[in-house]
Write a new protein. Structure first.
Length: 708
């Protein structure tokens, strides 16, 4: 049914929900329902952080829910792995066979049970439809555990080792800041509601500085843009520290009272002269000195300075250290004394979430299954059984993720998923790249069709999502699918019968007012306006820890340091360009790629390349180019663009492989190498070469983009 009923219908009402996607804004979303059909969604004007506005992507949510290619019945594979050939089956047939296959593995004992692996991430950020009944199910099985690292774990670990948790300043007070450093974030595209506060600050005289290898849409709107080389953020932060020390732009009292390890950090920072910093970062000495002066003198004048980081900057080898170094800066200048000063990467540590009650790790009953990193799934699906690895992966259950498109080194990921002996179940809305490799494809509900509850990593409100409509076709919530599998597996613990509304209540217990959530759709977690004005960091010492004893005990450097990329620009003559792969503005990871109205805006997979780099290769806008390295090759359309600095190209993603020119996407080129801490992927640490595809005639940009 299409969401097109008449607005005059008397059977119209509104339902308050929440945007489920991987974005710091976590908007309160209102669905208009007419005769049982959602006709539109809009932002909740009563929710301060949403302010009545949704991004372009989520405003098309009805188009996504009622998409003609929506998966609405269980499907069983009938062709070769990857062919995408399926036949419809009943739920009973699908679930009985899946349970039988899992039971066969489970019955061989605890070691064999680890041959079963869940694979999930942030297809929904909701606590119920992500890891509630699903986590209970896999804990009861004793399946391998998944290290969910693919987006944010390096930065999360860095914040924890520096501030004590994933915490920071409150986002609304950026509106009062007088200097805002937007570091590694294209806020206009990926954090729109934060940008609203920045605009208020700008109108009130704040200076905005964007620090990003790419000249993003956000950089266009800032007073200054520093296009540093990918992976050099820690060097720039240490260079700023050098200048803060040299010019005594420091808050000595705050450092003495509320930090740990200052003498050691001071000695390291003094090694990072403006000359050295500029050379490493690909900037000028004047840019380094000017940035330090802006930051240091603002605080000396008593004008609050704030830093907004995002997760792009931690997707290189030294990404964790970069976040650590940047997170130290507000303590040096005393910026935390002001409610409009400090740093924000994530607020998710603010929430009193009862994850153990939701996920029930006690169901492991003393078993200690191995952990497999989702970022190395390409290698791990190809590993044979061994004493060091354990059993080969025999069964894979994928939900809330599309690993064939989003995991690094995707040619290996494809090889792993193509194993005929790998039993794969995928819970999905659409037949994605990963779904093509499933043995069973199970139709999941969208956010408009189920209960859920959400935290945020950009503000401090809890949001409730009520279902707006009944599930379409035969779709079921993730939670219900795992309940029914648990029943067929003979799991009798009462926790598997807990319904979704009850799970929403379990998520926070008495820590929040659930009636307020029912009444308004959101409630705020109370916290101080300036949480670290008097120190009181949630670290073991209660201080901002420049030196981390925990890291030192792991054999790592206890101080933040600059760690060069695995693949530094120019280090491999045959692959002289550094490639980063930021998201296309109208996609969110691989979500929304199949929404035609959004894909039409993006055109085709695109590589931004600077004019000089294009000229030396005979490349013009609209040409099809081949981007390649030792891991693979990827064809896309070139755009000669001022957004790309010399030596750096941008492979905008993440397109579904099947919608690319050769059935591949930019992750054909990215590696499975991990970060310095947090075991995270290094998507933006990737050396490539680019050449014009000689088999393709020159075309205008519009011709190339419309060829799809």
């Amino acid at each position: 049914m299409s969401p097109s009923a008449s607005a005059a219908s008397p059977n119209t009402h509104e339902v308050i929900g929440a945007c489920p996607h991987d974005c710091p804004d976590t908007c309160s979303m209102v669905a208009t329902v007419q005769d049982g059909v959602v006709t539109k969604v809009h932002g909740n004007a009563l929710h301060f952080h949403t302010h009545g506005a949704l991004c372009t992507k989520v405003s098309r949510y009805p188009e996504r829910t009622y998409h003609p290619e929506r998966l609405l019945q269980p499907m069983r594979r009938v062709g070769p792995k990857g062919s995408g050939q399926f036949e419809p089956v009943s739920w009973d047939t699908a679930l009985d066979d899946i349970a039988h296959r899992l039971q066969t593995i489970y019955a061989r004992g605890p070691e064999a049970a680890q041959a079963i692996l869940p694979y999930s991430y942030a297809g929904t950020m909701g606590l119920v439809q992500s890891e509630s009944i699903a986590a209970r199910f896999f804990h009861q099985l004793g399946a391998s555990r998944l290290d969910r690292t693919i987006c944010a774990s390096a930065g999360a670990e860095a914040l924890t080792q520096t501030l004590g948790s994933r915490v920071g300043m409150r986002v609304e007070f950026f509106a009062e800041s007088k200097l805002i450093l937007i570091w590694g974030s294209n806020s206009i595209g990926s954090n729109l509601h934060f940008w609203r506060h920045v605009q208020v600050a700008k109108r009130n005289g704040a200076k905005l500085i964007c620090i990003d290898p790419r000249k993003t849409e956000t950089a266009d709107k800032c007073h200054e843009h520093l296009a540093l080389l990918p992976g050099t953020d820690a060097a720039l932060a240490l260079g700023l520290m050098h200048e803060l020390i040299a010019n005594d732009w420091l808050d000595h009292d705050y450092i003495e009272q509320h930090t740990l390890g200052w003498d050691a950090l001071r000695a390291r920072a003094l090694e990072w002269t403006p000359e050295r910093t500029a050379a490493v970062c690909g900037l000028t000495e004047a840019q380094v000195r000017s940035l330090a002066r802006d930051y240091g003198e603002a605080m000396q004048r008593g004008e609050p300075a704030a830093i907004r980081m995002n997760y792009g900057l931690q997707r290189t080898r030294g990404g964790g250290n970069a976040v650590r170094a940047i997170a130290c800066l507000p303590a040096l200048t005393g910026a935390w004394r002001h409610r409009a000063g400090g740093v924000l990467l994530s607020s998710s540590g603010t929430f009193p979430t009862k994850r153990n009650a939701l996920q029930r790790p006690d169901l492991l009953a003393g078993r200690n299954p191995r952990t497999i990193n989702m970022s190395t799934i390409g290698d791990d699906l190809l590993r044979p059984a061994s004493p060091s690895f354990g059993p080969a992966v025999e069964a894979l259950i994928v939900y809330n993720s599309n690993p064939v498109a989003v995991a690094p080194d995707s040619s290996k990921v494809v090889q792993g998923f193509a194993r005929e002996d790998l039993f794969t179940v995928v819970l999905e809305h659409f037949q994605t790249d990963t779904a093509d490799y499933a043995d069973y494809l199970l139709p999941a509900t969208t956010q408009l069709e189920h209960w859920d509850i959400h935290t945020s990593y950009g503000h401090t409100d809890v949001l409730l999502n009520r279902p707006s409509i009944a599930p379409l076709g035969q779709a079921k919530p993730n939670s219900q699918i795992f309940r029914e599998l648990a029943q067929r597996m003979g799991f009798t613990d009462p926790c598997f019968a807990e319904d979704d509304e009850s799970l929403c209540r379990t998520a926070f217990g008495d820590a929040i007012d659930f009636q307020a959530l029912l009444d308004h759709g959101f409630c705020t977690i109370a916290q101080p306006e300036a949480p670290f004005a008097q120190g009181d960091f949630p670290s073991a010492s209660g201080k901002c820890e420049f030196f981390s004893q925990s890291l030192a005990q792991q054999g790592l450097d206890g101080l933040p340091n600059y760690i060069p990329n695995w693949e530094p620009m120019g280090a491999q003559p045959e692959y002289p360009l550094a490639m980063i792969s930021p998201p296309a503005r109208n996609f969110l990871n691989s979500t929304f790629v199949n929404v035609k109205s959004l894909r039409a805006i993006e055109g085709q997979p695109l590589l931004e390349i600077g004019a000089d780099d294009a000229a030396t290769r005979g490349i013009a806008s609209g040409d099809v180019v081949r981007v390649f390295n030792t891991r693979g090759s990827y064809r896309c359309v070139a755009e000669v663009s001022a957004r790309a600095r010399a030596g750096v190209v941008h492979g905008l993603g993440i397109w579904w492989r099947k919608l690319g020119m050769d059935g591949s996407n930019v992750n054909e080129l990215t590696s499975q190498a991990l970060t310095d801490m947090g075991r995270a992927p290094t998507f933006y640490d990737c050396a490539v070469q680019v050449e014009r595809d000689s088999a393709t005639p020159h075309a205008s940009k519009q011709e190339a983009l419309s060829a799809a």
